[in-house]
Design a protein around this ligand. Sequence first.
Ligand SMILES: [Mg+2]
Length: 199
Amino acid sequence: MPPPRAIIFDLGNVLVFHDNTLLFHRLGQRAGLTAPEVSQRLTGAGWTAANRGQLDAEGIRKDVCGALGVDLPMEEFAPLWSSHFTVHEAVLPRVEGLVGRVKLVLLSNTNPLHVAYVRPRLPVLERFDAVLMSCEVGHVKPEPAFYQLALERVGCAPHEAAFFDDLPEFVEAANVLGIRGHVFTDAPAFDAQLKALGL
Ligand SMILES: [Mg+2]
């Protein structure tokens, strides 16, 4: 099989790390809750609504603060809400090395506050052929429509695209559509996966 014409990347735990335990711990410190309590309170409808773009920044602040029983002003909430990200420095040169060789697509389940935080910290995204944030297009993984939109944006058939995500569930959803899905683990494994793809 020839090398893929496009590579579709997940964002979280691929191009940036997000330490949710740290986030829940920090939110808990402000709310007088333990990290597991924060996790439990934030699991549910609000996340999905935020990822679908149904909540703007203020909506997210109200939703999260309401669930935790605190009222943090936006100037405190926004940096706290994104305080758990670290750029995955090791993978960036590898992604930059693909620019011009294959079409590059980002496919992320995320919310407007995280987009605002992450985009300026990942200038390589400006060189991507398509950047699809769930909250900007109204679809989330693992919905087929989200993957199909990625393929449409770069004019590829499913078998012409490879997909990298740290979550096996989302990789499986890509495989079902005929996209060549791979579970992303770390930079050395990514090298081997690219080599196996002929890149
Ligand atoms: Mg991820």
